[in-house]
Structure formats: C-alpha cells, structure tokens
Design a protein around this ligand. Structure first.
Ligand code: BG6
Length: 487
C-alpha cells in the first residue's frame, strides 16, 4: 500500500526548553520550578531540592507521573552535591544556529520548540517582558525562516516560573490565568505575523505537582482545580490568538498512549473505558468546549464531587475551542479491573516488546489512537511527539549505528501513513521527539537518547557538546525527501 503522504505534510522534530535550551542564568531568564529538579534514573527517581526553616533538607520525588507533596514552609534550594540538568541542558541557547542548520539538512519543514516562560517574564507577574528573552526567540525564528521551516510553538511545556509557584501556588490560583494570558499576548504581538501554529500547553493530561503546575499537592481536587484554570487560560489564549492572528491555529498537546483491556472480561473492558476517560476528560473539554457529564465520575474517582467553575468560565471554554488535537505517542498500556493506572502503570502486554526503559513498542497502537481521536473529535490531528529512547554506543567520532531507531520509526511512520491513506485521518504533520539528543524528562538522564543527531554529553553534563549525525539522520532525510513514499 502506498505510503506517500499528502502534499504540504509537515515533517519535523520537537523539543522543550528546560530539556534542550540551557542558559538558565543568561539573557535575564528567571528561575523555573524545573531548575531545582535533580537528575535521576529508572531506579532512583528525580527529586526537587527544598529547605525547611530549621535548615532540614527535603527531597520530594518529582518524577513526572508521581510527585510527592511539598510542605508550605519549604523553600527551594540549590545543593552543591546535586546536578540540575535544566541549567545547561544541551545548550541550544548557544548552538541554535548549528542545530537548526542540521535539522534543515534533513528537510524538516517544521520545528516544534517551547518558549521558556521565565525568559519572557522572569517572575511571571511583572508588567513588562524581558526584551533580551524576546530577542533570543526572534533570532531562533529568523533562523527557521532562513530554511523555510514553520515554527510550532509550545507556549508552556510542563513548567512554571518559580516566583508564580511560590507566591501564588501556581495553577491552583486563578490569578495565574491572567499572568499566562499576558505572557501569550506578548508572544502574539511579537511573533504573531511569523508563527501560525501554537500549542497552549504540553501533555496537559499528565502534568501535576510542583514542577509543571507549581502546586504543592499533586492529586485530588487541587490538581483538577489547577487543570480547570489551565483550561480557561488556554481558551482565553485561543480567543485572543484568533483575534490578533486570524490565520493562527491552536492546539494543546495530550499524552496519548494506546490503552488495552488486559482480557475480554467485561470488567476489564469497562475499566478500560473508565481509564480512557482520564484522558478524554482533557481532550473533550478543550476541543469540544464543555465538560461532559462523565466528568463528575472522574472527580468522584479522585475523591471529590465538584469544582469551582463559573458561568463565565463555561462561556470562555465554549468560545476558545481548539482548532486541532495534538498528542504524543510513545507506547501502549494495558489495564485490568483492579489495576492502578494513571497514563502509565497497569498490566504488562505479552504481545509486545519493551524498550530498555520498559516502554512497550506498539506501532499499530499509534494508528488506532489516531483513528480514535479523529473519530471522536473530528478536527485535524497533529503527532507532535514520537520516538524511541535508547542507549546509543558512539564510536570515537561520535557516530552511532542506530538501526533499532530506524526500525522503530519505520514501523510507526508506516502505521501513521496507513491511518492517513487508508483510514482517512486528517493529520497535519509529525514531529519526532528530540531530533537532537536532549535530557530525558522522566529520569533526567542523558543516556536515554532519541535523536538523529548525537550530542557528546553524559548524565552529569560532562562532554564537548559536539553534534554528530547518526545513521538514522540520512534514513529520515530520505523518508522526508520522498514525502513518505520510501517507507
Ligand atoms: C513527553 C514530554 O512526556 O515525553 C517530553 O512532552 C518528554 O518532555 C518525552 O521528554 C519523552 O519522555 P522521556 O522521559 O523519555 O524524556
């Protein structure tokens, strides 16, 4: 079957500022909650570092899906014996020209990156933005224009200016909506004539806790009220964006693993429906513009009955619906009746193999997810993250023969092409996660690599930062050149 994709299909890569950019104390950038997050591994979760008024050091677990509560008196602190990956990341801040040229060399026509909120508003609640921060992204966008690459901007990728987290409790406080909308307005004024595609938040269905949301509690009503404030903030940004930039298109990004019932036992099938609604809850509300009646059962599952939702909020949600649904897809999950599941976890799947980080590899699951989202929402979709975190062995020149990555991508891209060409899914594009190796979000490691381009840096930030093309670089270049025909 023909794999060639429709004309104008967007091919590219995706990154996030605190995993890629570095320069944490340059150009007037303020501190982010992630700047206090240490490195980790599969066995040793990442943590934030805090100090209590009596000097006691606290290290609450901050791993993406499982955040420990943070006491209200605790203040963030940098410890000399800890490594904080966001400070340098892989230094896009000083390598952006070289990196964009390398990506252009593969034929990318889109590049997804996130703007660092605290580079534009260092505290988050001040009146005027940081000109140096705006200038940096001006230069990045100029480089993209040089190579005819469309920017796809994530306005907020799982992050919070530290000051907003400490002073207001992050997204648990309605006031942060105003700070976010002011930040969006600044971006639209400055970049609106040059950028068409915007994502209001990254993986909004998965973020919680101090790092991404600035909340000291990560579950229950605190989390869902914070999510509601993010829904309203996103809808306000969409309304404003459409007014200021009539050609603009808005999405929010969702973590969308495939999800299977462990057996055909009716209880397991029903568990799948309930577990899936933990994700649909976010997509339905933002893309359809209202809370579905099942929302109440989701809240009850998390121990409460209602949220503070005003009539004005409801109007805003209705008006600020998303134009497209974007999502990340890496893996599938499997659930049965009594499983504890929240986007990860659950049962194992005997039909699939796992990556070294235990993520089941499931290309057909991608095709199924694309269909499921498109059937339900009936708006264009955009795959804005996909890829394989693997351990790469570089030779003395930094070259990696990454056939396993080529195999993973070949199967996933073929499944995507089938969803488009056979099933009729309207998909705007595909941006592979981490086209240039960057720091892992969940573990803070460098050795979990996704890229077509190797970066000489280890888990503790040692290395020359030299960039070297891997074998997959030329493979992907050929796929893009043929617009998928060579798959
Ligand atoms: C998504 C995030 O969860 O998955 C990215 O949007 C993240 O920020 C990516 O890096 C892959 O996860 P990890 O933990 O392998 O970096």
């Amino acid at each position: 079957m023909m794999k060639q994709l429709p004309k104008g299909f967007l091919w590219g890569g995706a990154t996030a500022d605190f995993q890629y950019e570095g320069g944490f104390n340059e150009g007037g950038r303020g501190l982010l909650s992630h700047d206090f997050e240490t490195d980790g591994s599969q066995e040793n979760p990442r943590h934030h570092t805090f100090q209590m008024p009596d000097g006691t050091i606290l290290k609450p677990r901050s791993s993406f899906f499982y955040a420990d509560p943070v006491p209200s008196e605790a203040k963030p602190v940098f410890l000399d014996d800890q490594y904080y990956p966001s400070h340098q990341a892989v230094d896009f801040y000083h390598h952006y020209k070289e990196d964009i040229a390398l990506m252009a060399g593969m034929g990318f026509n889109v590049f997804r990156f996130s703007i660092c909120w605290s580079r534009i508003y260092p505290l988050g609640d001040e009146e005027t933005p940081n000109e140096e921060g705006l200038k940096f992204y001006d230069e990045v966008i100029s480089e993209l224009e040089k190579y005819h690459m469309e920017p796809l901007i994530t306005i907020c990728h799982d992050e919070m200016p530290m000051h907003l987290a400490l002073k207001y409790g992050g997204w648990s406080n309605r006031y942060v909506i105003d700070c976010y909308v002011k930040y969006c307005k600044t971006l639209f004024e400055r970049f609106g004539t040059r950028c068409k595609y915007w994502l209001t938040f990254n993986e909004i269905n998965a973020v919680r806790g101090f790092g991404p949301c600035g909340t000291r509690e990560s579950d229950g009503k605190v989390r869902y009220q914070a999510d509601h404030h993010m829904f309203v903030a996103s809808a306000k940004a969409v309304i404003l964006g459409h007014q200021m930039m009539p050609e603009s298109m808005f999405g929010t990004m969702y973590a969308m693993s495939e999800l299977y019932p462990a057996t055909c036992k009716p209880e397991d099938i029903f568990k799948r429906l309930q577990a899936r609604r933990e994700n649909w809850y976010f997509i339905d509300t933002m893309a359809r513009g209202y809370y579905h009646p099942y929302a109440k059962s989701v809240w009850q599952h998390h121990g409460f009955d209602s949220l503070e939702i005003t009539e004005e909020d409801k109007e805003i949600l209705k008006e600020g619906q998303l134009d497209f649904v974007s999502f990340s897809y890496y893996r599938s999950n499997t659930v049965k009746k009594d499983d504890l599941w929240f986007n990860v976890g659950g049962s194992s799947n005997p039909y699939l193999e796992n990556t070294p980080w235990g993520w089941p590899v499931d290309p057909l699951g991608l095709r199924h997810c694309m269909n499921e989202i498109y059937d339900r929402i009936q708006k264009p979709i955009f795959i804005v993250e996909n890829g394989m975190g693997a351990i790469d062995e570089a030779d003395e020149n930094g070259y990696v023969e990454d056939d396993y990555r080529i195999e993973y991508l070949q199967k996933h891209l073929s499944a995507m092409a089938d969803a488009i060409n056979i099933d009729g899914v309207d998909c705007l594009g595909y941006t592979m996660w981490g086209p240039i190796d960057l720091v892992s979000l969940s573990t803070g490691e460098m050795k979990k690599r996704y890229g077509f381009i190797y970066v000489d840096m280890d888990d503790k930030g040692n290395g020359t930062l030299k960039r070297t093309k891997k074998k997959s670089y030329d493979w992907m270049k050929h796929i893009i050149e043929t617009n998928g025909k060579a798959l």
